[in-house]
Design a binder for this molecule. Structure first.
Ligand code: 5GP
Length: 212
């Protein structure tokens, strides 16, 4: 008898977006830790300087502008965008093949990147947006990071307001009032999306066998 959990399935592209400071990174890290090899982070390429604690190849691939431009020319990105004067891009390498093999990827990208990714890979994409419980909570979280100057925080708050305005371009919206509750909801979305009929490519043979 076939084990339904081992049937072949197409992988998905799980996009998590939120205004900066709404807890997206915490949720993403928790998901990756718990999912292990079942969910891999798509690591973006950026021209932004490395922040303390960041690791090359884990948080981002850090490159200079010339190298970034070369990658754009070589059509190496699903999408790319310029944010605060730095460039960010999602590399195509390997993801396409791995989706076919049933591997799932997590994307931590903004709404512009989401829109572009959706245009290129609609059927594989699941879009989740996290909202802060309030603007005050968002600013508090940004300040408690202690990594950015007042000017940068003011710019990030302005950008956060405009990011929030794109909430309606997502499939799911979760308000991150409590990190554990938010995490549980995001995980439920991931699990349900894995069971979508169209992703379960192994069902055709399975059902044929059942009805023989
Ligand atoms: P940060 O510099 O704080 O790590 O990221 C700044 C912004 O760039 C965040 O909103 C983040 O989601 C976005 N970002 C990171 N990687 C990518 C990417 O590959 N593509 C796009 N479009 N945005 C990205």
């Amino acid at each position: 008898m076939a084990d339904p959990d081992t049937l072949h399935r197409r992988g998905l592209m799980f996009i998590l977006s939120s205004p900066s400071g709404a807890g997206k990174t915490t949720i993403a890290r928790k998901l990756l830790a718990e999912e292990g090899t079942d969910l891999k982070l798509s690591v973006s390429v950026t021209t932004r300087p490395m922040r303390p604690g960041e690791v090359e190849g884990q948080d981002y691939y850090f490159v200079d502008r010339a190298e970034f431009d070369r990658l754009v020319e070589a059509d190496a990105f699903y999408e790319w965008a310029e944010v605060f004067g730095h460039c960010y891009g999602t590399p195509k390498a390997q993801i396409r093949e791995k989706l076919k093999r049933g591997e799932d990827f997590l994307f931590d990208i903004d709404w512009q990147g989401t829109q572009q990714l959706y245009q290129r890979a609609q059927g594989d994409v699941v879009r989740v947006f996290l909202l802060p419980p309030s603007i005050a909570a968002l600013e508090q979280r940004l300040r408690s990071r202690n990594t950015d100057s007042d000017d940068v925080i003011a710019a990030r708050m302005a950008r956060a307001r405009s990011e929030i305005g794109h909430w309606d371009a997502y499939d799911y919206v979760v308000i991150n009032d409590d990190i554990d509750a938010c995490y549980a909801k995001v995980k439920t979305i991931l699990e349900a999306e894995r069971m979508r009929r169209l992703r379960q490519t192994g069902l055709i043979d399975f059902v044929r066998e059942l009805t023989r």
